[in-house]
Design a protein around this ligand. Structure first.
Ligand SMILES: [Zn+2]
Length: 81
């Protein structure tokens, strides 16, 4: 598991749709990687901010847009994992 992989799984991770094995591997990585923890927190806050908006559901397009934005930010992490 590397940062890139964790990034692609973060939406599933937060929505608890990840299978237990993959989730455990993610947890192991997150335990060691501050960059990914920060990414996770940033993503979670983005989702919460969106949830506070009037529209009840986050459209797939919006989800994808946020993910692309955040992926771009983590493409060059402060340190390699
Ligand atoms: Zn990482």
């Amino acid at each position: 598991m590397n940062c890139r992989k964790v990034t692609t799984l973060i939406i599933d991770y937060l929505s608890a749709t990840l299978d237990p094995q993959t989730r455990a591997v993610c947890n192991t990585h997150l335990y060691d990687c501050r960059d990914c923890v920060l990414f996770l927190e940033t993503y979670r806050k983005s989702v919460e901010a969106l949830r506070s908006l009037p529209s009840k559901e986050i459209s797939l397009e919006t989800r994808n847009r946020i993910r692309r934005f955040l992926e771009k930010r983590i493409t060059q992490p402060a340190r390699a994992c």
